[in-house]
Every structure is written in structure tokens, then in C-alpha cells.
Design a binder for this molecule. Structure first.
Ligand code: GLN
Length: 189
């Protein structure tokens, strides 16, 4: 059985745990650098990316997480998780940084405010996905080696590079397992 750690500093953790378990993974909550050891995959959930960034520093998790991901540990980032994985945030909160794992430029809150949240069926490289958008980011540009795997109209909302997968939306909130199944394919190698 593969072991997946869900970063549990802030944000929508529970739904990821449930979905990954329903797909046969063993899931642990990750809050300390020592807990990264022995994980086959990592999920960075949605929430507030500037808060996640601050907590990564406070919990001294940022370096260990960056190192694990640079070394190829498969990762799925959703919404704030996508922002956390980016190399460039065009509208960061004051002092907000990101882990710089996927070469891409992202804009936060690109689809409106909380009140504009919506569930929509969108096209992905793995078939149609039922996607929930909550203050979702948009990928404005991708760098070398990054594949676009999901679009909402003309706009990029999902990317993949090597073992890293990131989407602007929340697949874990709609019960659609497409994106998590793809992530677990990478985890299982
Ligand atoms: N707008 C949030 C941010 O900037 C992301 C929202 C979400 O994860 N649902 O981090």
C-alpha cells in the first residue's frame, strides 16, 4: 500500500484524506519535517496560500518539503496548493513566497471572490472533471517541460511536470476521483 502525506497546516485536509483512502492509499497528516520521511506522495491542499507559506516557515517544513519535491516525490497541489508549487506569483500577499517546484506564473483569486464559487465540468487530459472553484488561481504561463492538463474555456487550470500535478480547483469537494487517481498512478510509479 502506498503512503501519502497530506500537508495539514491549514485548509481543506479532510476531503483529500477521504478521497485518497477511498482509492486505496494509506494517508497520514503531515505537520513536521520528520513526517516527510518515508512518504510515497504528498498533497498540498487548498486554503490560503499566504497562510500555508507562513506556517511552512514557522513549522520549519519549507526546506524539507522543497527538497523532497525536488528529489521527485510525487505531489498534488490543489488551489492554494497549486500556488504553493509555482515559481512565480504575480500578486503575492506581502512577503509571500512559494516553493518553486513547477515553472509557471500564477495569479491568485483569478476567478472572483468567495461568492463567485462554482462547480463546473471541465476538460482535462484525463477526461471530464467535475471541478469546484473557490477563489481559484489561474495559471498565466508555463515554463519548459510543463504540460497543460486542464482548461476552463481558454484559461489554464491544471498542469503537470514530471511527478508534480497541480490544479486550480478542488476535485476533492465534488467526489470526482479523476485527478487523485492520476496522482496515485504517479505515486505507485
Ligand atoms: N485564494 C486562495 C489563495 O490565494 C486560494 C483559495 C483556495 O485554495 N480555495 O491561496
Amino acid at each position: 500500500m502506498v503512503k501519502v502525506g497530506v500537508l495539514a497546516l491549514q485548509g481543506g485536509v479532510r476531503e483529500h484524506v477521504d478521497m485518497l483512502e477511498s482509492l486505496g492509499a494509506e494517508v497520514t497528516l503531515m505537520r513536521r519535517a520528520a513526517e516527510i520521511e518515508g512518504l510515497d506522495g504528498i498533497v498540498i491542499p487548498g486554503g490560503e496560500s499566504s497562510t500555508i507559506d507562513r506556517l511552512l516557515c514557522i513549522f520549519s517544513l519549507d526546506d524539507a518539503l522543497r527538497t523532497a519535491l525536488r528529489n521527485g516525490t510525487p505531489v498534488l497541489g490543489t488551489c492554494a496548493g497549486l500556488i504553493t508549487l509555482a515559481t512565480e506569483i504575480v500578486d503575492p500577499a506581502p512577503e509571500q513566497r512559494s516553493l518553486g517546484i513547477i515553472p509557471m506564473r500564477v495569479r491568485r483569486n483569478a476567478f472572483g471572490r468567495q461568492i463567485d464559487s462554482a462547480v463546473e465540468v471541465i476538460d482535462s487530459a484525463y477526461g471530464q472533471v467535475k471541478a469546484a472553484y473557490i477563489r481559484a488561481p489561474e495559471v498565466l504561463a508555463v515554463g519548459e517541460g510543463v504540460s497543460v492538463i486542464a482548461t476552463k474555456g481558454e484559461r489554464i487550470v491544471g498542469v503537470e511536470k514530471d511527478n508534480a500535478l497541480a490544479v486550480s480547483f478542488h476535485p476533492e469537494l465534488t467526489g470526482d476521483t479523476t485527478i487523485h487517481a492520476r496522482f496515485l498512478e504517479k505515486v505507485r510509479g
